[in-house]
Design a binder for this molecule. Sequence first.
Ligand code: GRF
Length: 224
Amino acid sequence: MSDRSTRRRRLVILISGGGSNLQSFMDACAEGSLNAEIAAVISNKVSAKGLERAANAGIPNIVLDHTEFPSRGEFDAALGDIIDSFSPDLVILAGFMRILTPPFVNRFLGRLMNIHPSLLPKYPGLHTHQRAIDAGDKKAGATVHFVTAELDGGPAIVQAEVPIFKKDTAEILAARVLEYEHHIYPLAAQWFCEGRLELDDGDVLLDNELLPEGGVCVEIRQKR
Ligand code: GRF
């Protein structure tokens, strides 16, 4: 294998909040299930708890406050420059609560991933768990996808499905889904880091095979 295929890939992780998905990447890197290093964590919010997680682990962490920029485009351009200064192979959106402009998305196209707490294409946007409960759905889940200019609309890489039980509140369901986000997101990143995963003209290929619409489905069986 060439050096290029075995070296640890560099990740930049963008957050806005608690950073439990960031933590799952830190843990996966530490235990070796993800052959990567987190080169930097960037938050658009100074209050993001995930910054503490990064600082405690000695990972460079930066706040870029979007309210200090006159436009979305200028914020995205500055964000892109900071990301590029860390030369990442892959950029991970982990609860980054900003809509990104097409120039930003195109700058990192094919190496920009997001996780969304629904079984996309169902429930793009916010309040996904409540919407699934209100609709009477029997299952919910999370989707890791490549980011394209369409909000939560990029092609799926992997989904985890969990059951919805009758007495579930949005909070209970969110916690159940989050547990499996922490499994599938580092997994998708590892496929990318191994060179097995690519975005090819809008399609996702894993080991050169075209993935179905929802990506790889990881079904989690749970007891109540
Ligand atoms: C997760 O539910 C993720 O799917 C969504 O935002 C939440 C972030 O949680 N995009 P955390 O900050 O990683 O704990």
